[in-house]
Design a protein around this ligand. Sequence first.
Ligand SMILES: Cc1cc2nc3c(=O)[nH]c(=O)nc-3n(C[C@H](O)[C@H](O)[C@H](O)COP(=O)(O)O)c2cc1C
Length: 245
Amino acid sequence: MPGYRDSLGFKFLQATKHDRLELFRRERENIAPAPWFKVYPEAPKVPLPKPSFGAENFWKALIERRSIRKYTRQALSLDEISLLCFAAQGITAQAERYLLRTAPSAGALYPVETYLFVNRALDLTPGIYHLEVQDFVLEELAQGEFGQALAEASLSQYMCAKAPLVFVWSVIPRRTMSKYGSRGVRYIFMDVAHICQNVLLAATAMGLGACPIGAFFDDEVNQILELDGEEETVVYMASVGYPAE
Ligand SMILES: Cc1cc2nc3c(=O)[nH]c(=O)nc-3n(C[C@H](O)[C@H](O)[C@H](O)COP(=O)(O)O)c2cc1C
């Protein structure tokens, strides 16, 4: 069994360190980029309502955020889903070709894609949706109940079936790695963590509860989303709903 120094993680961390002497001399990895945006042109579109912001207290949300794993049966409204999507990847400014968002991203390269597993929502059929960030619409990928399949793919974490909504985040590594090489892998995980934390804090501020989820069988979740697991692969999830007492 490999110890810390023999582990893949250790080698990755050491090999991807920036070094003042090596930075400009190191042989660059030649990684072709990927398109900046993903769209499902054939998918039916569900426009998200313009986010309606309340006067929630940021510090209160920070103090009150906890990982909540038990939810009531209450469905989420489309307004609530819109606010959560905005927290995740809402566009807030444009700088030249870059569409800047609520969460920061290394090099403004935005490697993360957002999918929603909707189990119970008002005005939204249960199913799987992709957030199309440029137009702020949901693209319907499949209708039906996928909560149970997601729970089983998530090491039997049944909150994925019981929560009204589960966010699933994938990454397209080429977007970031074409500029930063293997070091970009560090940034990709930072990017997705920023997005997830925005959603967790927004959920708390809205009186909802959420739980980040890192334990899942990657390729089983990829399979549900029909992702190849190489050019695009799932990295993080979060369940959201009204907290049960
Ligand atoms: C990267 C990451 C992965 C996590 N994965 C899971 C998970 O798969 N299932 C779960 O129930 N909680 C998961 N959590 C939540 C942690 O258990 C939780 O954040 C921790 O116990 C601290 O509690 P708090 O979030 O209420 O402050 C994860 C948290 C992080 C940051």
